[in-house]
Design a protein around this ligand. Structure first.
Ligand SMILES: *[C@@H]1O[C@H](CO)[C@@H](O)[C@H](O)[C@H]1NC(C)=O
Ligand SMILES: *[C@@H]1O[C@H](CO)[C@@H](O)[C@H](O)[C@H]1NC(C)=O
Ligand SMILES: *[C@@H]1O[C@H](CO)[C@@H](O)[C@H](O)[C@H]1NC(C)=O
Length: 462
């Protein structure tokens, strides 16, 4: 029979919220969308600097989210795609892991908590005691394999209770399809560490030799692959609907706004990222490049994204505004924060340029953690708030540009820069500085959105 299968459902399980969108046929029109906060953070009373989330709260947010989408459209979903926070790990038992007794949706059962990417239980001493990965990615605290190593050394009996592990998005895929194992794409596998993206394989021999429970490593499939079909009706989506292997939220976010290989994406929100797709024949080095400001993320069709990820974006501007607020309070004046930000933008718009130089790396950068912020070339006539805010905005942009020089983009054939993120959206001075720093066509308004990206990625591969 002719089935009206017209929508792709994309779901993003983010660190603080869940978002679901329905993408219409044609792959570029969002027909409906809804987002819900997860409030899933658990307080850490263990004293190990744990950062864990309650999978029950996350799945509740998914259920609330889907309940808000139009039922007539959910009946016509032809594919389901999931993405979400990378690096984290959740454990469950084969043939268990959830409860479908509510008929229309599931809730988690017999799972561990989700240990997220923000977890800090692995000290640098602990990390350096681990074997060297055969991968261009190093291993940090909060990465799935590091967390499993930690359990192996500190709570070995904890791991005995579980037979399957995955990210939260992989877990949802397994539960929807009733799988008794976990299937993962290289996008999420690379985020765990000890995964070689060139061969698409775990560093199994290295891990085995270190006594790592390799039985917990998911099987890998390419991004875009379907791993199964929904085994029950789910919020009105018919049983038997194909489900794609879960993707990484960063890759999906890029996918939602990069429309050609000639595009780079500059995203400035709390932090800042500049990204473009490497030529198809590129392969990354075989070992971690700790000093490099550019990292390579596995993308689609065996290609890679080159990424300069700066820790200092909108948060550097926010710190300046907070500092100013604190100073005025100390002086006995009560400013209003929001109007302060607008006023600073106004003053800096009137101050078209400045010789003042601000290097805003107050958090350091991953490749240079001790290279903190500086203000230089100070002259008495370049000290108005307009000068300072102008120089600060220029500093944020030129810091990202120094991590990934313009010539690098041009050599790779990039001709257009897609600007995205809340800090760029609200700050015209920042946009002006972007246009000055990058001699490329700059476009705005295509806001990066992982839920849209995962739906687009599946839709484009129909
Ligand atoms: C943009 O920034 C947000 C928030 O930090 C992040 O979740 C998203 O992955 C970023 N997207 C891109 C394309 O850099
Ligand atoms: C910055 O200060 C220098 C030196 O005092 C002055 O010549 C210059 O005009 C100032 N720049 C601006 C844009 O005001
Ligand atoms: C420092 O400021 C002076 C005058 O304001 C300007 O001529 C000079 O180019 C500035 N130096 C740098 C490195 O920007």
């Amino acid at each position: 029979p002719a089935v009206m299968s017209n929508f792709i459902l994309g779901i993003d399980l983010g660190t603080t919220s869940v978002k679901a969108v329905l993408l219409a046929a044609g792959c570029r029109t969002v027909a409906a969308g809804h987002s819900e906060p997860t409030a899933a953070d658990l307080s850490d009373d263990s004293g190990i600097k744990a950062k864990e989330q309650d999978p029950g709260a996350i799945i509740n947010a998914v259920n609330r989210c889907l309940a808000q989408l139009p039922g007539d459209k959910l009946q016509h979903v032809s594919r389901v795609g999931l993405t979400g926070q990378m690096h984290g790990v959740l454990f469950w038992k084969a043939n268990s892991g959830c409860d479908w007794s509510n008929v229309n949706y599931f809730t988690p059962r017999d799972t561990s908590q989700l240990v997220t990417w923000q977890d800090r239980r692995c000290s640098s001493d602990f990390l350096s005691s681990l074997p060297k990965p055969e991968s261009h990615f190093g291993v940090s605290t909060g990465f799935g394999c590091a967390t499993i190593f930690w359990y192996m050394k500190h709570r070995p009996q904890f791991l005995d209770d579980f037979s399957v592990a995955g990210t939260i998005q992989d877990y949802v895929v397994s539960m929807l399809c009733g799988l008794d194992s976990c299937v993962m794409t290289p996008q999420n596998a690379a985020s765990w560490g000890f995964f070689n993206t060139a061969s698409s394989q775990w560093n199994e021999n290295i891990l085995k030799a270190a006594g790592f429970p390799v039985r917990l490593l998911p099987r890998c499939v390419p991004p875009g692959a379907l791993v199964g079909q929904t085994h029950s009706d789910w919020h009105g989506i018919p049983a038997g609907t194909p489900v794609g292997a879960a993707l990484g939220d960063f890759q999906c976010s890029v996918y939602s706004c990069m429309s050609s290989p000639a595009d780079a994406v500059l995203n400035i929100s709390t932090s800042a990222q500049l990204t473009f797709a490497m030529p198809a024949d590129f392969t990354p080095p075989n070992s971690p490049q700790l000093e490099s400001s550019i990292s390579y993320f596995p993308y689609f069709d065996s290609s890679y994204l080159a990424v300069a990820a700066s820790l200092n974006g909108g948060n550097a501007l926010a710190t300046f505004v907070e500092t100013l607020t604190a100073w005025t309070k100390e002086l006995g004046v009560e400013p209003r924060d929001s109007c302060l930000y607008e006023k600073l933008i106004g003053s800096a718009l009137n101050q078209e340029s400045s010789d003042l130089m601000v290097s805003p790396t107050i958090l350091g950068e991953r490749h240079a953690p001790l290279c903190l912020g500086q203000v230089t070339n100070i002259s008495a006539s370049n000290l108005s708030l307009g000068h300072v805010f102008r120089a600060l905005c220029r500093g944020v942009v030129s810091n990202v540009a120094s991590m990934m020089p313009v010539e690098h983009l041009q050599r790779a054939g990039v001709r257009r820069l897609v600007g995205s993120g809340s800090a760029l959206a609200r700050n015209e001075v920042l946009r002006q500085e972007v246009e000055r720093a990058f001699p490329l066509q700059v476009v705005y308004g295509q806001n990066a959105d992982s839920a849209v990206g995962v739906a687009m990625a599946l839709c484009d591969r129909l």
